[in-house]
Each structure stands twice: as structure tokens, then as C-alpha cells.
Design a binder for this molecule. Structure first.
Ligand code: NAP
Ligand code: HSE
Length: 444
């Protein structure tokens, strides 16, 4: 059925209509204030789509005297009262962190209330216990905004692709690092300068560790991998490397070879059912759809057996974009509360059978500072050969004491590449292994 334009939707008195579903909020910061704005501004459209109004109930904050972007009624500093309130049907957790969010969400699920959260840290750490509790209580825990902010990716993986087998997901899941790498690529500046700009523009926090060292992306990768392969993966399972070692030289050389450097989250399953989940900087061919994702945007590239390739693109953060994903979940949770429906099962999944990281296959970009002397290239090539790592291309710049060798390998086993690097460092004419960056989206 065609959807009615917003101004043609039935008028519903969203405050007084009987059977309204009430949302209690835990937090009213960047995301929470966006949620309240959308529930207010789109109230009629939401009521028409849901069949009943979705109303904002009590809102817990830490300090009611903080200035907020929206006028809020029903502020409380006692978050437990939001969970306990018998009028609250759905609890929306947008406070962040593990404690007290864990206890509050557990309390809400115990009471059979549906919960919507944007909290990737919590879902990627305690997902298995929370989903088990939601399943046992016949209710649901929704978390669309926890990965890639505004982009609908949780529901497509969980529901739209339920009839397919996902083989691989590649994602740019952190906007701050994508902004930094974009600036380094387009302006030729170094990491520190680009980070400073990200901080000035409000993308990066004063302490940028969670973004720059890829903790944030690893949490999101764990959630994506769990949904892609129906097995629980937690953040600690994810191999993680941040972007602070990526240099302007790496980026310039990669560009010359036809690649851009991105912080990629990768989740894949092999034919034996072993899962590999990792987050690290990677060279991506300029022709790959992810290469054109610039600034603070996020994107998720999904490869399924039947569906082929899919790409989801959009804003990974921000008040209204993230709130859009949260409110979508609230409508879905309210709908199932009204119909007493269960969520698609996420309880009872096994912990993922993870492929040891040393067994994974990957292509590599390796930059060596060398002395340019007869026999050096032969010695380098000999090390690669003896470790069963095949070289795809070699390129040299500079002369005498200031030469650099850039090698790109064919797909090789991680363990063999690490042995190669160890042996290269022992060679007389190798001054430094300056950079080692994986290559994705190519021959694998
Ligand atoms: P935020 O701006 O810091 O807001 C947090 C809110 O929670 C504030 O209203 C704060 O109260 C309240 N709060 C914190 N601790 C509390 C406590 N113990 N009791 C009661 N209230 C408490 O955070 P945010 O950026 O909105 O992020 C919220 C969640 O969304 C996080 O899990 C984050 O990872 C996730 N997320 C955020 C974005 C984004 O673009 N910001 C995108 C995707 C996902 P006060 O206002 O009084 O300080
Ligand atoms: N710090 C995150 C980012 C915000 O830069 O993508 C959304 O999770």
C-alpha cells in the first residue's frame, strides 16, 4: 500500500489518545534530545504508522540544570523510577556506558518491557546475557543505532537477509577516523594535524582513544559479525589496530598504486564455518565503492550468496540522524508490545567459532627503508619466498642510503607474513620496516 504524504495522515491527539505507548528515556544528551524532537515533530506520522500514539514519558538525566536542545518535561535524576514506572511501556537507553545502563536495562527486561538502546559498548560486551534475558522474558532489545548511527544495517542483516547466507561484511564504521583519513588523503597533511582538525570540528573527543585506536569500530564490528553469522561475537574477540601509525607517505604511495587507506571493519566466514572479525587500516582499490566514502560518513558493504553485493551509506553519528534509527526501533518495539510479539531470536546462539588471527589470509602493503646496494632486492625476495609469501608488485624510490622498497603481496597467511617481517628486520641492508598495512577489497 502506498504511504500517505505526511500532511494527509489522520490527525491523532497524541497526548490523550487511549492505548498510547509510553517511552521512558534514560538520558537526554545528543541522541536523547534528538529522540524527543522526532517523537514531538513527527508525532502524527508515527501515530498513524503505529496505529496509536507514541508518547514521551519520564526522562532520566544526571544533572537537570544542564541546558538542553529541547524542552523536556518529567526530568528526573532517579533513573530507576523510569524503569519502574508502570506507565512506561518501552525503555529507551541513550545514556551510554556500562554502568548503570546494564542494571537499568536488565531491570526493564525483567519487567517484560521492551528496550531500545544506542549503546554499542553495552551490546558488544554484554549482548549475549541481555538477549538471553529478553528472550526468556518474551520481550525485545533493539539496537539499530548502536552500529553506523543513522544507517539501517541491523534490521537488514537480521530480517531482510534472513533467507540468505552472508559471507562477508566490510564496513567503515567510525566517522572520526574516516574524517581524519580523508583529510590526510585530500590535503596531504599528517595524522596529528588531521586529528586536531577533527577535534576542532567536534568529531573527535578531547581523548580520541576510542575512535583512533579503533575500540569504537571493534565494538560495532562485533555486533555486525554476530548478526551476519548468527553467533555471538564480543568486542574482545575482535582483532584491532588503530590509525595513528598511518603516515602521509603511506597514503601518498597507496594512491600512486591505485588505492586509498580506510579504517575497515571486516567480518567474514570461511567454508568451514570459521569466523574472522578484525578492524585495521586497509588499502582499498579506488574502484571499490567504499573508497569513495569521505569525511565522517559511514558505509557497510555486505556480500551475500544470493543477494550479491549490497552497500549501505549514511551518517554514522549526530543527534537527529542517530535519533532516526532509535525512533525506528521505538516504533518497532511499540508495535510488538501492542501485539505481544517476540523479536527475531538472538538468544541461544553459540559463541562464535573464531578463526585464529594468525591463520587468516590477507594481502599486504609493506614499505621498507633499505640501503640501495647490489643483492638487496634478491635478499628481500628470498625472505618472502622462503616464508611462502608471494610478491605481487615491487616498486623502489630513492638511492644509496635513502631508498625505499614498496611491496604488495598476493594473499598470504598472516603467520607467514609475520615471520617474513621478523626475518626482514634481521637483514643487514634493511634499516626499517616502515609500514605494514593490509589490502582489502581486491583479490581475496
Ligand atoms: P551524551 O550526549 O553524553 O548524553 C548522555 C545522557 O545521559 C545525558 O543526558 C546525561 O545526563 C545522561 N546520563 C548519563 N549518565 C547518567 C546517569 N547515571 N543517570 C541518568 N542520566 C545519565 O551521549 P550521546 O552522544 O547522546 O550518546 C548516548 C548513547 O548513544 C551512547 O551509548 C553512544 O555510544 C550512542 N551513540 C551516540 C551517537 C552520537 O552521535 N552521539 C551515535 C550513535 C550511538 P546529563 O544531560 O544531565 O549530563
Ligand atoms: N565516535 C563515533 C564515530 C560516533 O566517530 O563514528 C558514533 O558512534
Amino acid at each position: 500500500m502506498a504511504r500517505a504524504p505526511l500532511d494527509c495522515l489522520a490527525m491523532v491527539d497524541t497526548d490523550s489518545a487511549p492505548g498510547a505507548v509510553t517511552v521512558g528515556l534514560l538520558g537526554c544528551g545528543t541522541v536523547g534530545s534528538g529522540v524527543i524532537t522526532l517523537l514531538r515533530d513527527n508525532a502524527e506520522a508515527i501515530a498513524s504508522r503505529l496505529g496509536t500514539p507514541l508518547r514521551t514519558g519520564p526522562v532520566a538525566v544526571r544533572d537537570p540544570s544542564h541546558e538542553r536542545d529541547v524542552a523536556v518535561q518529567g526530568l528526573t535524576t532517579d533513573a530507576q523510577t523510569v524503569v519502574d514506572d508502570p506507565e512506561v511501556d518501552v525503555v529507551c537507553e541513550v545514556m551510554g556506558g556500562i554502568d548503570p545502563a546494564r542494571e537499568l536495562i536488565t531491570g526493564a527486561l525483567e519487567r517484560g518491557k521492551a528496550v531500545v538502546t544506542a549503546n554499542k559498548e553495552l551490546v558488544s560486551t554484554l549482548g549475549p546475557e541481555l538477549f538471553a534475558l529478553a528472550g526468556a522474558k518474551g520481550t525485545r532489545l533493539e539496537f539499530e543505532a548502536a552500529v553506523a548511527g543513522a544507517i539501517p544495517i541491523i534490521r537488514p542483516l537480521r530480517e531482510s537477509l534472513a533467507g540468505d547466507r552472508v559471507r562477508r561484511v566490510l564496513g567503515i564504521l567510525n566517522g572520526t577516523t574516516n574524517f581524519i583519513l580523508t583529510r590526510m588523503t585530500e590535503e596531504g597533511i599528517g595524522f596529528d594535524l588531521a586529528l586536531g582538525e577533527a577535534q576542532r570540528l567536534g568529531y573527535a573527543e578531547a581523548d580520541p582513544t576510542a575512535d583512533v585506536d579503533a575500540f569504537d569500530a571493534a565494538q560495532k564490528a562485533a555486533i555486525v559479525a554476530s548478526l551476519a553469522f548468527d553467533q555471538h561475537v564480543v568486542a574482545d574477540d575482535v582483532y584491532r589496530e588503530g590509525i595513528s601509525a598511518v603516515t602521509a607517505t603511506d597514503i601518498a604511495l597507496a594512491r600512486r598504486m591505485g588505492y586509498v587507506i580506510k579504517l575497515l571493519a571486516i567480518a567474514e566466514i570461511d567454508d568451514g564455518g570459521r569466523i574472522s572479525v578484525r578492524v585495521h587500516p586497509a588499502l582499498v582499490p579506488v574502484s571499490h565503492p567504499l573508497a569513495s566514502v569521505r569525511e565522517a560518513f559511514n558505509a557497510v558493504f555486505v556480500e551475500g550468496e544470493a543477494v550479491g553485493e549490497l552497500m549501505f551509506y549514511g551518517r554514522g553519528a549526530g543527534s537527529l540522524p542517530t535519533a532516526s534509527a532509535v525512533v525506528g526501533d521505538l516504533v518497532s518495539a511499540a508495535r510488538s508490545t501492542l501485539r505481544a510479539e517476540r523479536a527475531p531470536a538472538m538468544d541461544g546462539w553459540p559463541h562464535a567459532a573464531l578463526e585464529p588471527f594468525e591463520d587468516t589470509l590477507g594481502q599486504f602493503f609493506i614499505l621498507l627503508d633499505v640501503v640501495d646496494a647490489p643483492g638487496v632486492l634478491a635478499a628481500v625476495a628470498g625472505v618472502f619466498g622462503s616464508c611462502d609469501v608471494s610478491i605481487k608488485s615491487v616498486w623502489q624510490e630513492g638511492r644509496q642510503d635513502h631508498a625505499q622498497l614498496l611491496l604488495i603481496t598476493h594473499a598470504a597467511v598472516e603467520r607467514n607474513v609475520q615471520t617474513t617481517l621478523r626475518r626482514l628486520r634481521e637483514l643487514d641492508h634493511i634499516q626499517d620496516v616502515a609500514s605494514v598495512i593490509r589490502v582489502e577489497g581486491g583479490e581475496l
